[in-house]
Design a protein around this ligand. Sequence first.
Ligand code: GLA
Length: 731
Amino acid sequence: MTALITFDEQQGVFHLHNRKISYLLALEEGGVLSHLYFGSAIDSYHGQLRYPRVDRGFSGNLPGHTDRTYSLDTLPQEYSASGDSDYRLPAAIIEHADGSRAARWIFKDYQIVDGKPELAGLPQAFVEDKTEAQTLIINLVDEVSRLELALNYTIYRDRAIITRSSKLTNLGSQAVTIKKLASLQIDFVAKDFESICLPGAHANERHLTRAKVTAGVKSFESRRGSSSHHMNPFLALVEPKTDEFSGEAYGFALVYSGNHKFELEQDQIEQTRLLIGINDYNFSWELKSGESFQTPEVLMTYSDSGLNKMSQAFHHIIRDRVVRSKYKYQQRPILVNNWEATYFDFDEEKLKPIVDDAKKLGIEMFVLDDGWFGHRDNDNSSLGDWTVYKKKFPRGIKHFSDYVHSQGLKFGIWVEPEMISLDSDLYRQHPDYLMQVPNRKPSPSRSQFVLDMSRPEVQENIYQQLSHVLDQGIDYIKWDMNRNISDVYSLGLPPKRQGEIYHRYILGVYALLEKLTTNYPDILFEGCSGGGGRFDAGWAYYMPQSWASDNTDAIARLTIQYGTSLAYPISTMTAHVSAIPNHQTGRKTPLTTRGDVAMSGVFGYELDLTKMTVEEQEAVKQQVAAYKEIRNLVQYGEFYRLKGPHEGNQTAWMFVSADQREAVLFTFQVQAFAQGPLTKTHLAGLNPELIYREEKTAQEYSGAELMKLGIYDPVVHQDYTSKSYYFKAID
Ligand code: GLA
């Protein structure tokens, strides 16, 4: 087995490398760990890129040193601390018993191990056998406090992926308080960078947003207790010229679903520091003598040829080595969900005809959304009471699930386990389970409150209730979270440890999910948080798919799904056809366009099938049949973005099979023009030498023609149109 990580003792240089990427770091004078390089693979390193020493005014030097050209304020480092002469943002801030906040990380030793050690209690990328990755653990110490900091770097053998995390252990005799502990720091020397982030809002998630990195500090973060609709835990740094197919791109995705922070600082000499980790907003963590704190991990990738290659590296690692469910490579069922069909106004008798029609049209699963439990007729009550609403299901959930199963469909159900309504038995029995600050009134959001999931007894209560539900013939769970966390306080912790709650909350949710997914391995879990409010790599560890947005409008979805695909594989992204006028935007789009957008993800319907005309039902039947043909390709093929909604009137993307013999292309046009210019779509990822036949037209093309000449987009005098193409190689 060839080594993926080497240490050159003479130069003091660590080199993590495979055929795709290299990462270099070095030991400097005084035991400081410097960053040398992250980028395309190089075979060997001969010391030519050591950081030049230059005297910079007002940049201090190491204690006891007289060399004015050596300063932590400019040196690219692997991990920084606060309280010394590095004035850039620190990776760690630790408060010692005497109130001081200084630390200096000095190299102690290192280990190189095969495989990838597990991070206890956290979602993470894993290995299936120890030969597919190696891990470098570098131990740094702060000699005064005897804190030990382990920096973990795993490089995979066949992927352009490195994972990083850090772990702090208190070997001193007194407790310290962690105020900030980043998972990763990476310092780039003088790069003309642009950042790409994914901000948004409820029903408007993950818009690709690109901006020049300029002097000063910029942060991209969530303080909402979840990864949020508002700023996804993903960032790319790219060159100004980088596009989908060319230019450099560094991508970073945090495997964590709680408060996160990505900080970018361009310093006095235009160097860029990036810090990623748990948000330090209202965060503190008491670390007693002998205890350790493990940060979440970051997946990082480098692409020398644009954003598609960056995204594909993320798609593969998340799909292959983050998602754990038995469904990870299984074709996901086409579902119909009753939310936009009925909202809360349903009962068993009203739902049965939808199930019957679903069966007729080839749909494979019925999902019973919000409103089946407690006495829930609107969103004011019953969260926390996971027992059937007898008015709607007089003979219980099992009876209804038996009906769905008898029609040959799978049966799924919606839950929102982290929440509590004031009007609930759970609240009447356990008012203290509701997270709130003593003597202050908590803030409602959607008339509901958050359970204190940091407490084991709350986790256990919900586990017991949910396991009872799961035993009623359930095949699928949609796990929702319809508000963000506020009024953060836990009765489970003493006053001075209240800064731990945000992180303990998400650890508690992870612990509950670990137990549920282990004990119910056959259930397909779908994540949701008012749509895509918790769409992150951490969540994918437990849930192989997530509802991408409450916005089901086909045109709005182009932007949302395009942005989501920057980091997350298509198999994680669910998309449904809904009724028109669309319930979120009022827009009327053709059924074909709604179908083509939803078929570009994990497909389903979210409307009342019984209200469709015969012709519409026939069209649905055809869509369902068409999706079954391409399902494997869409969910597990290589995804290429060709034209982005942020660039103009058209969007185009395609899916290519691993052997390049099959491809599906979707093109979308938002507005029609009377005399518009002719446009083309150039395909990607095909074998230039193969001849492909487009199945609907029987037209033949070579892969080279499709990629180099492209195909003309249709001239259509109608808004919101789409077209799909299905190519198969012929021998
Ligand atoms: C959230 C989800 C929706 C639906 C409702 C039910 O908004 O994203 O799909 O389940 O909750 O209340």
